[in-house]
Design a protein around this ligand. Structure first.
Ligand code: NAI
Length: 331
């Protein structure tokens, strides 16, 4: 039997945490033959609820689950962690300024970065989900300088999956036959969902999504805003934000990163920009990536038209502003 992999979930007493930990324990993140140990971190006011989640994990008797730690101590939570999924954060409450929310999250991510740096496995892979996800990941990277920067990512796979879902609904095809959409930029409503390179598997081979949809107006307007605004639409419907789809996409993100993307397929991940596609280095920006042997690489050489260029730059601009707001909170 394989050695267990230790996965940390922060904010584990919250909504996404509650959907995510059973998926991890069932093998949805690391494969059906990979034993796991789950560390769950939350804050003191949620300690009792966190313990309730631990009780349920015990009661579910997951064969792959070899250990559970439920704690409010960040050092204990980060000890020997191989994969860290950062869901915990400070939510924006009514009447709060953007800067105040940013300040809270900057201080949380600074502390958790240091704990990961000191106590996690040296090759720990990190996925930040809590908003502002790209900027929280950037702060984490800054304060965990010994963790390779390629190991620090943020979640835009949910947006990617939402884009696949919209195309599949429009074309009446199965979602698993649609691939290679791209989410560029920030996990916010400024993101750019791009279908210019996306294809559908048909009985006559791969066909371009643009050709099959045959409605550029829909693709350039409604499709984009539906994906950008999907999070808000879920809140409106459920009175709670996306949780099961966020948890499932988090599993997809880690699984593809660790086990590799299928040949000919790319996915979207928020990663540290190396300047590809003219995006400022030093931002955590969502790019199309392929993964092999536990490493992602940005897909190179895609043609970018003027429409896309403008949208890619405007979401980058928002990230630059977020970055400077975050840095102003540090001083
Ligand atoms: P939630 O409010 O149900 O859960 C958050 C949990 O984090 C709470 O249990 C809270 O006590 C805990 N927490 C707060 N500060 C903490 C700290 N310093 N350390 C550890 N835990 C802490 O929220 P939910 O719905 O689970 O969402 C979590 C985050 O994910 C939010 O920031 C949300 O905006 C974000 N999100 C991101 C998505 C993405 O695609 N990147 C999609 C959906 C949500």
């Amino acid at each position: 039997e394989k050695e267990p992999i230790t996965v940390l979930v922060t904010g584990a007493a919250g909504q996404i945490g509650y959907a995510l930990v059973p998926m991890i324990a069932k093998g949805a993140m690391l494969g059906p033959d990979q034993p796991v140990i789950i560390h769950m971190l939350d804050i003191e006011p949620a300690a009792e609820a966190l313990n309730g989640v631990k009780m349920e994990l015990i009661d579910a008797a997951f064969p792959l689950l070899k250990g559970i730690v439920a704690t409010t101590d960040v050092v204990e939570a980060c000890k020997d962690v191989d994969i860290a999924v950062m869901v915990g954060g400070f939510p924006r409450k009514e009447g709060m300024e953007r800067k105040d929310v940013m300040a809270k999250n900057v201080s949380i991510y600074k502390v958790q970065a240091s704990a990961l740096e000191e106590h996690a496995s040296p090759d720990c892979k990190v996925l930040v989900i809590a908003n502002p996800a790209n900027t929280n990941a950037l702060i984490l990277k800054e304060f965990a300088p010994s963790i390779p920067h390629k190991n620090i990512t943020c979640l835009t796979r949910l947006d990617h999956n939402r884009a696949l879902g919209q195309i599949s609904e429009k074309l009446y095809v199965h979602v698993s036959d649609v691939k290679n959409v791209i989410i560029w930029g920030n996990h916010s409503s400024s993101q750019y969902p791009d279908v210019n390179h996306a294809t559908v598997s048909t009985c006559n081979g791969q066909k371009s999504v643009r050709e099959l949809v045959g409605d550029d107006k829909w693709l350039n307007t409604e499709f984009i805003t539906t994906v950008q605004q999907r999070g808000a639409a879920i809140i409106k419907a459920r009175k709670l934000s996306s949780a099961l789809s966020a948890a499932s996409s988090a599993c997809d993100h880690i699984r593809d990163w660790v086990l590799g993307t299928p040949k000919g397929t790319w996915v979207s991940m928020g990663v540290y920009s190396d300047g590809s596609y003219g995006i400022s280095p030093g931002l955590i920006y969502s790019f199309p990536v392929t993964c092999e042997k536990g490493e992602w690489s940005i897909v190179q050489g895609l043609k970018i038209d003027e429409f896309s260029r403008e949208k890619m730059d405007s979401t980058a601009k928002e990230l630059i502003e977020e970055k400077s707001l975050a840095y102003s909170c540090l001083n």
